[in-house]
Design a protein around this ligand. Structure first.
Ligand SMILES: [Zn+2]
Length: 86
C-alpha cells in the first residue's frame, strides 16, 4: 500500500500532431503561439488549442505538410524572440 500517489503527467508525442504542442525543458509548449501549459495533461493541451487555435485546423487540415511547416516556422520565430529577450 506504499504506492506513490503522485501522478506524473507526461507529454504524449501524438499531441504534437493533434494540438501542436511540444516539450521544452519538461514543459508543454504550444508550437503556434509559444504558450506553455503548466501540467502536461491532454485536457489542458486540448483546451488551449481549442480556445486559441480553433481555426488553425480548419485552415490547415491535420497532417498537411503546410501545417507542419507553419508550426515549424512559428517555433523558430519564438525561439529567436526568447534569445533576444535574454
Ligand atoms: Zn497556442
Amino acid at each position: 500500500m506504499a504506492e506513490k500517489r503522485k501522478k506524473k503527467y507526461c507529454f504524449q508525442d501524438v499531441w504534437e500532431e493533434e494540438f501542436f504542442f511540444t516539450t521544452v525543458k519538461e514543459k508543454c509548449v504550444c508550437l503556434i503561439c509559444g504558450a506553455t501549459v503548466a501540467i502536461a495533461k491532454r485536457h489542458n493541451v486540448e483546451r488551449h488549442f481549442d480556445t486559441c487555435h480553433k481555426s488553425y485546423n480548419a485552415n490547415y487540415p491535420p497532417g498537411s505538410a503546410l501545417q507542419a511547416e507553419k508550426a515549424y516556422y512559428s517555433t523558430l520565430v519564438d525561439s529567436m524572440q526568447c534569445q533576444t529577450s535574454h
